[in-house]
Write a protein that binds this ligand. Structure first.
Ligand SMILES: Nc1ncnc2c1ncn2[C@@H]1O[C@H](COP(=O)(O)OP(=O)(O)OP(=O)(O)O)[C@@H](O)[C@H]1O
Length: 175
């Protein structure tokens, strides 16, 4: 069983490493990924996407009503209906991907439960983990996962290092 976490400073390229590792894999995978929402270059929020279905929503936005993390309001409806559902459905594939596990996501008890279910399963997992969070779930992942810290210097090499570790996942899946 493979359990890999990518961590590092804000904006260093963690999500990009995760996306580029996925491009190298031939196993089945599912889960959630996130990306910036930018208006005229300025980040105003984050979108969330179910890898398997392509369903998209808003994870957090500067304008909103949900619980606050920094200058963003977390959209619990989309986090639960899209992100949490994506994690649960990913339990049917060979690899569960979660980008990312961080203070915004911790505002949802359902998200925490879904990640715990994945952790308690025998599934391979690739996650992006917030570097500073001391949430018990973040601490558990630091204990149980092989953690790679992305930097500007290593972020390209890291893709191949992690993809190399996932050799067992480069199987041709016959459906
Ligand atoms: N290897 C790279 N070469 C050039 N630009 C990169 C590379 N990796 C990431 N970037 C750029 O850096 C920015 C941040 O990347 P990314 O979103 O992957 O970082 P992150 O660490 O996941 O960010 P956050 O802390 O906001 O989650 C993006 O604009 C991305 O295009």
């Amino acid at each position: 069983m493979l359990r890999i976490a990518i961590t590092g400073s804000p904006g260093v390229g963690k999500s990009t490493v995760c996306r580029n590792v996925l491009k190298q894999l031939t196993c089945t995978y599912g889960g959630m990924v996130s990306a910036d929402i930018r208006v005229k270059g300025e980040r105003v929020g984050f979108e969330i996407r179910d890898i398997a279905t392509g369903r998209q929503g808003i994870l957090a936005h500067k304008e909103g009503t949900g619980p606050r993390v920094g200058s963003y309001h977390v959209n619990l409806a989309d986090l639960n209906n899209i992100g949490v559902a994506a994690i649960r459905n990913a339990l049917n594939s060979e690899l569960v991907v979660i980008d990312e596990i961080a203070p915004m996501e911790f505002k949802s008890p359902e998200f925490i439960r879904a990640v715990e279910e994945a952790l308690d399963s025998d599934k391979n997992m690739l996650v992006v983990l917030h570097q500073k969070s001391s949430h018990p779930l973040a601490e558990r992942i630091r204990r149980e996962f092989r953690v790679y810290t992305a930097t500007r210097e290593n972020r390209e090499r890291l893709v191949y290092e992690i993809a190399g570790k996932t050799d067992t996942l480069k199987t041709i899946t016959v459906k």
